[in-house]
Write a protein that binds this ligand. Sequence first.
Ligand code: 5GP
Length: 114
Amino acid sequence: MSETIFDKILSGEIPSTKVYEDDDIYAFRDINPAAPVHVLVIPKLKITGFKDLKGLSESEIGKFIKGVSKVAGELGLDNDGYRIVFNQGKHGQQTVDYIHAHIIGGRQLTWPPG
Ligand code: 5GP
């Protein structure tokens, strides 16, 4: 698995604005925010994308998803709501091959996405 920009963010080689970290996940602000709140959450155990979810154990997936929920809550988004996005592959416009959940909120979002 080739090293991505998110591997370098996790190791500290590339700086990021951390919003949360525990033993299992790392959350940081997106460098090009699509909304007033735009945070990326990655599991510390790397898989390349949503299609490779089988590469994580049920426990690891649970910690990741629960972590995303916790971060969204700590960002103050629970009351008004937010969107979680996993972009996968070419049609999903995934640009970084390290699975990441986008937490997007802080304004009224529209549907469907482009
Ligand atoms: P994707 O399109 O792969 O789902 O999302 C990748 C996200 O990573 C994009 O929203 C992009 O703005 C963000 N991103 C790319 N490079 C960096 C970086 O160096 N630092 C941070 N914080 N975000 C990045």
